[in-house]
Design a protein around this ligand. Structure first.
Ligand SMILES: NC(=O)c1ccc[n+]([C@@H]2O[C@H](COP(=O)([O-])OP(=O)(O)OC[C@H]3O[C@@H](n4cnc5c(N)ncnc54)[C@H](O)[C@@H]3O)[C@@H](O)[C@H]2O)c1
Length: 266
């Protein structure tokens, strides 16, 4: 349980970020700051969080903009009176911007954009949140969204994979810097049923193609289905809770068994 903690979730207009913000409220968070570049979606999340009994407010922020990230942290602290939990959830994949996905064709500016959202953005957020988290008396922690793509190689995600691997290592390094005051952990989902993944099946031209795409996405999962955003949200809340008080600098798998085996069920 989150016992009145003040939480901030980046990229919470939809997907795992939204599910986590809602779960935080269900688990007793006092307030949840909702942040995204998608203001409309973020506003909807605010209402969903309030319906679960926590205070909430939207703070628009483009994670590629250092001043906006700094302002996001300061505005959250000012509005709610402190910060106890930072969930670095905002993240993007090559396919959000282009179909030229291999290392030979990916445009350099897309690589830079992915780096700024997936790795530098979380670094900035941790940098500016750290002094506030250190002052927290409610078991402060940071939870970072890694990916199995940051652990093993996949086709067509060289920028995504590299930045997620970087975030995993950044998690360990920041855990060392902030110990013992602030715990810092990451988790690594395989394919989870969110808009980031749904866009692949939605692009299918036929039922057969859709089935083939769905099968390929779960082929490496020992539990042969997509993960659910709510399942990831529960892990984030556990890591942010005092039940995880002796856990820091770790990387939790949440991948249906993918990394245990990484075989093919086809
Ligand atoms: N869905 C999966 O299969 C999966 C697997 C492993 C890891 N992850 C990670 O989990 C996190 C959430 O993924 P999701 O599936 O919910 O994705 P999603 O695409 O559904 O949501 C991502 C959110 O980030 C926001 N965002 C994008 N660019 C931003 C920016 N510049 N500044 C602020 N916000 C921005 C989007 O508007 C969106 O609301 C990501 O870091 C992703 O890499 C997802």
């Amino acid at each position: 349980m989150l016992q009145e903690k003040i939480c901030l979730v980046t990229g919470s207009a939809r997907g795992i970020g939204r599910a986590t913000a809602i779960e935080m409220a269900r688990q007793g968070a006092g307030a949840v700051a909702i942040s995204d570049i998608n203001e409309e979606g973020a506003r909807e999340t605010v209402e969903l969080v309030k319906a679960e009994g926590a205070d909430a407010e939207m703070f628009p922020c483009d994670m590629t903009e250092p001043t906006q990230v700094k302002d996001l942290i300061e505005a959250t602290v000012q509005r709610f009176g402190g910060l106890d939990v930072l969930h670095n959830n905002a993240g993007v994949h090559e396919s959000d911007f282009t179909t030229d996905l291999s290392v030979e064709t990916l445009p350099e500016e897309i690589f830079d954009r992915i780096y700024r959202i997936n790795l530098k953005g979380p670094w900035l957020a941790m940098k500016y949140a750290a002094p506030h988290l250190r002052r927290s008396t409610r078991g402060p922690s940071i939870v970072n969204a890694g990916s199995t793509g940051g652990v093993i190689g996949y086709p067509s995600m060289n920028a995504y994979g590299a930045t997620k691997a970087g975030l995993i290592q950044l998690t360990r390094c920041v855990a060392v810097d902030l110990a013992p005051d602030v715990r810092v952990n990451a988790y690594t989902p395989a394919s989870v049923d969110t808009p980031m993944v749904q866009k692949f099946t939605e692009a299918a031209q036929s039922a057969e193609q859709r089935h083939a795409i769905e099968s390929s996405m779960v082929a490496t999962h020992l539990i042969p289905r997509l993960g659910r955003p709510e399942e990831v949200a529960k892990l984030v809340c556990y890591l942010a809770s005092d039940d995880a008080a002796w856990i820091t600098g770790t990387v939790f798998g949440i991948d249906g068994g993918c990394l245990a085996w990484r075989g093919s069920n086809e």
